[in-house]
Write a protein of this length. Structure first.
Length: 303
């Protein structure tokens, strides 16, 4: 009998994951360039804030002041949300192997896409399956699956105040990602334990200095949203309140799911444009009609 691999549901309060927020993406959602997001790293005293403002030209200073005010309002909302909002993550470590462009995860075939556009430097066409041990090796490997989500109750916050409601929505997305970051750190160091001595600062975590990758559904290396149905079958995401629409979209909206790969050479990449031949091959491997997958992969198909 084989021993069960780690899987768990983790629940976090807002204050536990707030330090893991990537403020660059929050400010981007509000139309600020990355340099304005640096205010989140400035000590909250008048001298430090004044010094930071002094790094901007006179023309840019009003925008910098606006960024300071936005961060102040965001932190007030985070403190209010901390009273009654929980972020939940579920992860599961699974025995897995690769076979061509497929992963075999707990006897489930998990088809993937491979890059097709030639690289100027001649580097190989990548597929996520490249970072998992081949089935032909006879040696089992491991893949992690995960999902994270905000409490659905958050969608009712500040509905009578459009500005604060949008602020909560943009913070919700960041908190779901931040919880995933914290969960991934725990998986690497303890649950999977392939990096037990990792000692990275949060800024280092946010620029992905850790070993392995965490590709999420809808991102460039895993662009097919219908993959959510495969993940749900393996993870049972309703355990943390996530349901899927008929198109595979997650509800609550502030949710994220994907896989965890530990291979030291694994890295992020974009599948990019694929040809009709690969679309048909992928549809056959997924057991889905070509025209259905054409809708899911519209952004990856030639115009």
């Amino acid at each position: 009998m084989t021993s069960a691999l780690p899987h768990a549901i983790l629940s976090y309060h807002v204050h536990e994951v707030a330090p893991y927020i990537n403020w660059i993406y929050f400010f981007h959602a509000w139309g600020f360039q990355p340099r304005f997001a640096a205010i989140a790293n400035i000590h909250d005293c008048n001298a430090c804030r004044t010094s930071w403002l002094g790094t901007f030209s006179e023309e840019e200073r009003p925008k910098a002041i606006e960024a300071m005010q936005l961060l102040e309002e965001a932190n007030k909302v985070l403190n209010q949300l901390d009273e009654d909002i929980i972020i939940q993550c579920i992860f599961k470590l699974c025995r897995a192997n690769s076979e061509g462009d497929n992963l075999i995860i707990e006897d489930t075939i998990f088809p993937l896409l491979r890059q097709q556009t030639p690289h100027p430097n001649g580097s190989p066409f990548l597929c996520l399956s490249d970072f998992v041990r081949p089935l032909s090796s006879g040696i089992p490997d491991m893949v992690g699956l995960f999902a994270s989500s905000m409490s659905a109750e958050i969608e009712a916050h500040y509905k009578s105040d459009p500005y604060k409601h949008i602020l909560v929505q943009s913070l919700s997305d960041r908190l779901a990602e931040a919880a995933t970051e914290k969960m991934h750190e725990y998986v690497r160091k303890e649950a999977w334990g392939y990096a037990p001595d990792e000692a990275l600062s949060i800024p280092d975590l946010l620029i992905e200095k850790y070993q392995g990758i965490r590709p999420a559904v809808g991102y460039p290396s895993l662009p097919d949203q219908s993959v959510n149905f495969l993940l749900d079958a393996l993870l049972d995401m309703k355990q943390i309140g996530i349901t899927l629409t008929e198109n595979g979209a997650m509800h609550p909206h502030a949710s994220v799911c994907g896989m965890i790969l530990a291979h030291p050479a694994s890295r992020y990449f974009a599948v990019g444009k694929i040809g009709e031949d690969q679309l048909k091959d992928y549809a056959q491997r997924r057991g889905m009609p070509v025209d259905v997958l054409r809708k899911f992969l519209a952004a990856n198909l030639p115009k």
